[in-house]
Structure formats: structure tokens, C-alpha cells
Design a protein around this ligand. Structure first.
Ligand SMILES: Nc1ncnc2c1ncn2[C@@H]1O[C@H](COP(=O)(O)OP(=O)(O)OP(=O)(O)O)[C@@H](O)[C@H]1O
Ligand SMILES: [Mg+2]
Length: 342
């Protein structure tokens, strides 16, 4: 087969591949004039083939980008490599009727008998963009809804809190009043969890360190603790807990810290309390509340305590699928370990 026949055959094959390509293809010469287009380019841009051939390719560029375009073409010609155009930027193309649509463009330098050309493959990504926008809107809506729910749960808990306040104001019995105050304290720590969640960006996870940072001063204030007598130290790592874990865990901290305030330092006894929280590589959360107060009463059976506080701690630890380890004196330490559910 003579050389020119072979060449013509391969050019013909090239044309057919370009013509049948699913993307719009536009070949432009060094002067920026359109040399070749395929059927899909006619459909996408709304021009007939004859209307495009020989024209400046800038007819396919939105008006406001036109003046800059020859410069960009020159940059490509200076360093011709196959690559996506305008990487990272949003690109738009222009139809015959002047309307615009978002595109992705692949640029390929091609050497031809008539000199260097650039073959562009153009994909209309309107559909994808629309779907992305829909997903984004749905996500926004979901987040607003979740925020609203936490807000309402919080408000309802605050109403319960106020109802208890009303009852307290009519009570003379100090024992019953103490019990109602303990219930209020439990409710308030739940309020705090919802508030922490509501204020965080991620509604699925509670920033537990932030929660402890606001819970503990609240407890200190409600028990009128003297910081000169009892020193408080918090060692909390950044741990994010799902709501289902954060609520029981928050209630446990509430019980344990309250117990220290109520029982560990009777009279004028001085000392310290340590709260530590960390999450290991094995996704086990370690939470401990320690104090160097009087220690647990020797006759106290923690697992079978008749009192509500420790019963709650054991029940909630079970609910978390975790375990509680107790050291009774010097220091008194409650150590809770539970798996984080991802
Ligand atoms: N850190 C501590 N130091 C010393 N004693 C403690 C400590 N924690 C608990 N106790 C003892 O264990 C007992 C049981 O605690 P628990 O929390 O179950 O009940 P409570 O605090 O008395 O009442 P509530 O049911 O309101 O919590 C307490 O009454 C107290 O004697
Ligand atoms: Mg208690």
C-alpha cells in the first residue's frame, strides 16, 4: 500500500472516531480557528457544522471570558500537554443562543500536516451540577431540621426543670427537696448535651470535651463549691461521641462528680478531684473520676447499692456495653471503659 494511501486511511479512521465520540470535540488551529467539529459538538453548542468551521473558537466562550481566552490559548501552545483545562476552576461554555452551561474540557495537542492543533473534548456537566446542588440543599434542610429537634428537646427538658422548680418552692421537707434537686441536676446535664450538640457543626456527634467543660463548672456552681478547698482538674482529650453514647456517658459523669461534691469532702476537708477522658487507638473510651477524699464507706456494696446514683451508673455503663472499675480509697476512683460506636 502506498504511503499516502495508508496516511489517508489512518486520517479517515481518526475522523470517524472523533465523529462518533460521545463528547463534543472541537479541533482548533494555531490561529484559534475551528478546523473540525463532531456531531455531538453541533448538538451541544446549537450551531451547525458549517456555522462553526473557519470561525474563531472564541464564539464558544462566554462573552465575559472572551478577551482573556487568546492569552490562555497561547499559554497552552507554549507548553502543549494533554491535560484538563482550568483545573479546579468552574468552566462555562456558550451556546449559539447565548445561553451558558457548565463544562469540563480536556485539551490534547495534535501535530497535523497543517501544523499544530488542539483537540478539545467537551463534556456538558449541567446534569451533574444540578444533582450536586439538590444533594447540597437536602443536606442543608436535614441539618436545619436536626438543629430544630435538639432545640425543642432542650426546651422541653427546660420546662421539666422549671416544673421541678415550682414544686420545690412549695416543699418544706429537705429530704424530698434534695431528691428533686438531684433530678434537676440530671435533667440539666441532658440539657447541656443537647445544647453542645446543637451548637456544634456536626449534629451526629457530641464534642464531649466541650460538654465536660460546661458541665463541671455548672455542677461546681450548683453545689457552691469553694475552689480554695477543693481543687478541680480536667484532663480531657478531643473525643467525639454519637448522641446515643453521649447521653448515658454524660449522666454517668454527672453522678460521679456530684458524688464527689456531696460525699468525698465532708466538713472542712481539703483535696482534689480529677476528671479524665481519652479515646484509645482501639476505639475504647476511658473516663475516670477520682478524688482524694474520705473514700467509699467499707460496707457499701457498689454493684447492689440501694441508692439511685450508683444504680444509674451501673445501668448506664451496661447500656454503653462498658465496664466500671472502682478503687475505694486513696484515691477513690471510678473508671469507666466503653467502646465508641462508629
Ligand atoms: N466519691 C465518693 N467519696 C465518698 N463516698 C462516696 C463517693 N461516691 C459515693 N459515695 C458513697 O456511696 C453512696 C452511694 O452513692 P449514690 O450516688 O448511689 O447515692 P447518693 O449520692 O447518696 O444519692 P443519689 O441517689 O442522689 O446519688 C453515697 O451515699 C456515699 O456514701
Ligand atoms: Mg449520688
Amino acid at each position: 500500500m502506498p504511503a499516502d494511501t495508508a496516511l489517508r486511511k489512518s486520517e479517515e479512521r481518526f475522523r470517524r472516531v472523533v465523529e462518533a465520540a460521545p463528547n463534543a470535540m472541537v479541533m482548533v488551529n494555531a490561529a484559534g480557528l475551528i478546523e473540525m467539529v463532531n456531531a455531538q459538538a453541533e448538538r451541544v453548542f446549537g450551531y451547525t457544522r458549517d456555522e462553526m468551521l473557519g470561525q474563531s473558537m472564541e464564539i464558544l466562550v462566554p462573552d465575559r471570558f472572551r478577551h482573556a481566552h487568546p492569552g490562555l490559548r497561547a499559554t497552552f501552545t507554549a507548553d502543549p500537554r494533554s491535560r484538563p483545562m482550568g483545573a479546579g476552576r468552574d468552566l462555562n461554555a456558550r451556546r449559539k443562543d447565548g445561553s451558558e452551561f457548565p463544562v469540563e474540557i480536556g485539551l490534547n495537542p495534535i501535530d497535523t500536516e497543517d501544523g499544530p492543533m488542539v483537540l478539545s473534548a467537551i463534556v456538558d456537566i449541567s446534569d451533574r451540577k444540578q444533582k450536586e446542588e439538590k444533594i447540597r440543599a437536602a443536606l442543608r434542610e436535614k441539618e436545619i431540621l436536626l438543629g430544630e429537634i435538639h432545640h425543642r428537646v432542650k426546651n422541653n427538658l427546660q420546662i421539666v426543670d422549671s416544673l421541678l422548680d415550682l414544686q420545690l418552692s412549695k416543699l418544706d421537707d429537705p429530704t424530698v427537696a434534695g431528691m428533686l434537686r438531684d433530678s434537676q441536676s440530671r435533667i440539666r446535664s441532658m440539657v447541656l448535651i443537647h445544647q453542645t450538640l446543637y451548637q456544634s457543626k456536626d449534629f451526629a456527634r457530641v464534642d464531649f470535651a466541650a460538654f465536660l467543660d460546661s458541665l463541671i463548672p455548672t455542677l461546681v456552681a450548683s453545689y457552691g463549691l469553694d475552689s480554695n478547698r477543693i481543687a478541680l482538674s480536667l484532663e480531657v482529650k478531643d473525643v467525639q461521641l454519637p448522641l446515643s453514647t453521649a447521653i448515658p456517658c454524660g449522666l454517668i459523669v454527672n453522678e460521679l462528680v456530684t458524688n464527689v461534691f456531696k460525699h468525698a469532702f465532708p466538713g472542712a476537708r481539703r483535696g482534689g478531684i480529677w476528671v479524665a477522658l481519652a479515646c484509645g487507638e482501639d476505639d475504647q473510651v476511658d473516663l475516670s473520676v477520682s478524688d482524694d477524699g474520705v473514700g467509699l464507706p467499707p460496707d457499701l456494696d457498689v454493684e447492689n447499692a440501694a441508692t439511685l446514683g450508683l444504680q444509674l451508673v451501673c445501668l448506664l455503663a451496661d447500656q454503653l456495653g462498658g465496664s466500671v472499675r472502682i478503687e475505694r480509697t486513696a484515691p477513690t476512683r471510678f473508671r469507666l471503659r466503653f467502646p465508641i460506636q462508629r
